[in-house]
Design a protein. Structure first.
Lengths: 616, 289
């Protein structure tokens, strides 16, 4: 494993050294104006990293990045010229200010997403520009001049050459930190949230906190850029922070590749340089950027950063090269926990899951009516019923996606109805989804790592103060991910994108991901759907082994063969109510069940909802 | 009371403009799930085109407007064609793509008409009318009347014509619409053209009220989107209500907070939309995630 970690990072050392040398020597080779342009490019690169973190990594549309930039630039300017603070204390306060504004702008993200968030953040950015052009303290349209030169142990930072070195150091540290975030637990969680917020919540990611974190990270990078900009230009005016520049920044991030921080940097530096080349023809520059953005979105949504991978894929196809066929290895059973069943037999344990009079209504549709059932510890419970009988709705209520209209759910004796999914995940509940909800743009390994990581989101303070702790935790997680991959026979698919894999393998990955959280109660929603006979046999072996390791399993299934052979008890739902419960043999003989499934004349009197099944 | 009513009336004409913007935005959104950020810049092009036909070519105002609507309708068709692969797929990408189109349109406007703006003569002059001591500009009444006619025609089109019914069907379920033989691509294209036409109408009408310049779309457009969201994205009555709400809010904010009115408008809007994320009338959308 250590070798693997090293392999992931080591070859970059040489590249890193080369970049350091180039960055060191660059000022010796360019003129005074060129270094000014480079200084500006680095400021934009910092801004773009922040934007990439929010938009590309966390999937939060943030069109207020330019305002974060402005807040810290203005705060630095006002605190130094108006309040007479030194540059660096002012800069520190400015960073705090932009982080706070970032949190404020992030609040709407808790309630809305995608284009809604885009318009709200853009509106707030317009509001900020409105403030700067009007407020006396911000100097109105003229802005603020005479910001002092940042002092630096006698180094004269009014020289743009020397300022360049300051910027390079800050930029390198910021980029390294950004990459560290992206490649460790926090970044993985944010990407999981981007790919599928529901599934991310179900594996324990605290979505609200993560969204706020994304905005805060974004604003801190914007704030850094603002401080550097104020110290570099030493004059600020509202024009710098207008919507046109916001969209230019967006173009940088999209053209570079929003899901890759390095791509964002390339986009920012590239577009700044091109814009300087076309400084006499700004309109043509804008026209060109606009056209490139449109083309990128349609033909290369991953931006320049995604081009190498696409080229490689095309080349491989042309040359008829195919990856070595990976093979799904057999599942390695869990060690059986010795005391399963004994607790239950001794009658000491509370039931694992109690559903007590649950009702769920969608407007007029009563999806669940007074459903009660009890699942004992260590049981495998089947839930069957015709389509639209409310099975998945029941799962969604139990796992916290829906708030029940009535009744309560107890897991291991604790009332959990109404809790958020991530809280239930922490209480030991895991689930899979009928329509597979894997994180599409994460590798199989990362899918499992997201679920393996049980640290709380507030533990991200360690990113700022104790990165070594994060590093150690990463190594532990990767080791456990290897074990899990091996156990589920998925080792050879570790690096693959789940969407490209056969359906049966995706189903197995989802079960592995659910088991990654070491749950006590596992809900499987139609785990056998789309599987062939052999795969169903393997599934039943896996489920049995999971149960034997001490996990209580509840599964929804249409494959009656599987239900009959696997489940100790079966609950039958129809029309949102429990119509039968008992051993498989008992329920198949039950008159009501036969009626519900096969239908006879009595069927016409049963108020079955005719809507399709409500999926999460 | 007098001041209150005067402020209220002051907000109505801009409110009608925002309502037109919001309607165009909503029509496109509900039909193909496309969030059109270029809408604002289509409006700007419409304003320029109308003012050019009206002032330089010396056509009557109404004819100039019709021509402007036709021009922007074509632009709308073009945008729709280019972004068609993304429809009903990725909101973020579409949003970025339309922002790219907005950049292009702005640059084109600068190339054709120059970076400095122009003032547009009011087509109907005369002293403001007086009702019970409240003054109303004649042009404001014209704007309200034209907006009302536009709303009427749009609703009639959606409810009375076969094409309109097909568009409603696509809005409800584009797969089912395909299955019953509706040409979804053509329906979308027409929706987009109508949306662009509504933007041009708003742009042409707002020309005499404000100053026509390449970046005018920014504020009007975003306030128009805000209106659409406030009313409930994709909801036509909601768009109208949202438009007037933003217009009146604008007017009162300008009265009470002068220069800071925009900041106040967007803060109030943000709070309102957080309280009711689906808007006053609820969202009508094609995206059922």
């Amino acid at each position: 494993m250590n070798a693997l970690l090293r392999n992931r990072y080591a070859p970059k050392l040489g590249t890193l050294a080369a970049f350091a040398v180039i960055a060191w020597l660059l000022p010796y080779t360019v003129g005074g104006y060129a270094i000014h342009v480079v200084d500006i490019a680095l400021v934009f690169a910092l801004l773009a990293i922040g934007m990439g973190l929010a938009m590309g990594i966390a999937g939060q549309i943030n069109l207020a990045q330019i305002a974060f930039f402005g807040v810290s630039a203005y705060a630095t300017a006002i605190l130094t010229t108006h309040n007479g603070l030194g540059f660096w204390p002012a800069a520190a306060l400015a960073l705090v200010a932009s982080a706070l504004i970032g949190l404020l702008v992030g609040i709407p993200a808790l309630r809305m997403q995608s284009h809604y968030l885009g318009i709200v953040t853009l509106g707030l950015a317009l509001g900020f520009i409105n403030w700067t052009t009007n407020a006396e303290i911000a100097g109105g349209a003229e802005g603020i001049s005479a910001i002092p030169v940042p002092p630096m142990f006698g180094v004269d930072l009014s020289s743009e050459y020397l300022y360049y070195y300051l910027e390079v150091v800050v930029f390198a540290l910021a980029l390294a930190f950004g990459l560290f975030v992206v490649r460790t637990g926090l970044g993985r969680r944010m990407m999981a949230m981007r790919d599928d917020p529901l599934a991310a919540g179900a594996v324990g990611a605290e979505i609200p906190l993560l969204r706020m974190t994304a905005f805060m990270l974004s604003s801190v990078f914007g704030g850094l850029a603002g401080v550097l900009y104020a110290g570099l230009i030493r004059y600020i005016a509202p024009d710098t922070f207008n919507i046109a520049n916001m969209f230019l920044l967006l173009a940088m991030v999209v053209i570079g590749g929003r899901q890759s921080l390095v791509g964002c940097v390339v986009g920012a530096v590239g577009l700044t340089l091109i814009r300087e080349k076309l400084v006499d023809h700004p309109t043509y520059a804008q026209l060109g950027f606009g056209i490139v953005v449109v083309l990128m979105v349609v033909f290369a949504p991953t931006g320049l950063a995604g081009v190498p991978a696409r080229l490689k894929a095309v080349l491989d196809r042309r040359l008829g090269r195919t990856a070595e066929r990976s093979v799904l290895r057999p599942f390695e059973p869990y060690e059986a926990a010795a005391n399963v069943g004994e607790d239950a037999a001794a009658g000491e344990a509370r039931p694992m899951l109690e559903i007590d009079g649950i009702a769920k209504q969608f407007r007029g549709l009563k999806a669940l009516k007074d459903v009660s059932l009890t699942v004992e510890r260590g049981e495998i419970r089947g839930i069957v019923g015709p389509n639209g009988s409310g099975k998945t709705t029941l799962f969604n209520v139990v796992s916290g996606f829906y708030r029940p209209s009535g009744g309560r759910v107890l897991v291991d004796g604790r009332v959990v109805s109404g809790s958020r999914p991530y809280r239930l995940s922490r209480l030991g509940l895991a689930r899979t989804f009928q329509n597979l909800r894997l994180f599409g743009e994460l590798s199989v390994r990362d899918n499992l790592l997201v679920a393996l990581d049980r640290s709380r989101t507030y533990a991200i303070w360690r990113y700022a103060l104790w990165p070594v702790g994060i590093w150690r935790q990463e190594r532990r997680l990767h080791r456990r991910a290897d074990d899990l991959l091996r156990r589920f026979g998925l080792t050879e698919f570790a690096a693959a994108a789940p969407g490209a894999l056969p359906y049966g393998i995706q189903r197995r990955i989802e079960i592995a991901r659910a088991m990654a959280g070491s749950p006590r109660l596992l809900l499987l929603d139609e785990p056998a759907a789309g599987l062939n006979g052999e795969e169903v046999r393997q599934l039943s072996e896996i489920v049995r082994s999971i149960r034997d390791s001490g996990v209580t399993v509840v599964l929804i299934e249409h494959n009656m063969g599987l239900v009959m052979s696997l489940c100790e008890r079966v609950t039958v739902l129809a029309g949102g109510s429990v119509i039968a419960e008992g051993t498989p043999a008992e329920v198949v003989a039950d008159h009501a069940v036969i009626e519900a499934y096969l239908g006879d004349s009595a069927m016409a009197d049963m108020p079955l909802p005719n809507s399709t099944e409500v999926t999460s | 009371m007098q001041v209150f009513l005067q402020t209220l009336i002051g907000g109505l004409s801009l409110g009608a403009i925002y309502a037109l913007v919001a309607m165009g935005f909503s029509l496109v959104y509900r039909t193909m799930g496309l969030v059109n950020f270029a809408h604002a810049d289509v409006l700007m092009i419409g304003a320029y085109a109308a003012s050019t036909f009206y002032m330089s070519t010396k056509l009557p105002f109404a004819l100039a407007m019709v021509l402007a609507i036709a021009v922007t309708g074509l632009i709308g068709l073009f945008i729709e064609r280019v972004l068609r692969p993304l429809e009903n797929k990725d909101f973020t990408l579409m949003l970025i793509g339309t922002i790219g189109f907005g950049m292009v349109l702005q640059a084109v406007a600068v190339l054709i008409w120059g970076a400095t703006g122009r003032a547009v003569r009011t087509p109907v002059g005369g002293a403001p009318l007086e009702f019970f001591g409240l003054r109303v500009r004649t042009y404001d009444l014209v704007v309200l009347a034209i907006a009302a006619v536009a709303v009427f025609l749009l609703v009639a089109f959606l409810q009375r014509t076969k094409m309109g019914a097909a568009m409603q069907a696509v809005a409800m379920d584009h797969e089912a619409a395909t299955a019953v033989g509706i040409h979804v691509g053509r329906s979308n294209a027409i929706a987009f053209a109508i949306g662009a036409g509504l933007a041009a109408l708003a742009g042409g009408l707002v020309g005499p009220l404000l100053y026509v310049n390449p970046t005018m779309g920014g504020t009007i457009g975003i306030k128009g989107f805000a209106a659409a969201m406030l009313g409930g994205c994709g909801n036509i009555p909601g768009a109208i209500a949202g438009g007037f709400a933003i217009g009146v809010l604008d007017s009162f904010a300008a009265g009470h907070f002068q220069g800071y009115s925009e900041l106040v408008v967007f803060l109030v809007f943000t709070v309102a939309i957080m309280i009711r994320p689906t808007g006053l009338f609820g969202e009508t959308t094609v995206s059922r995630a």
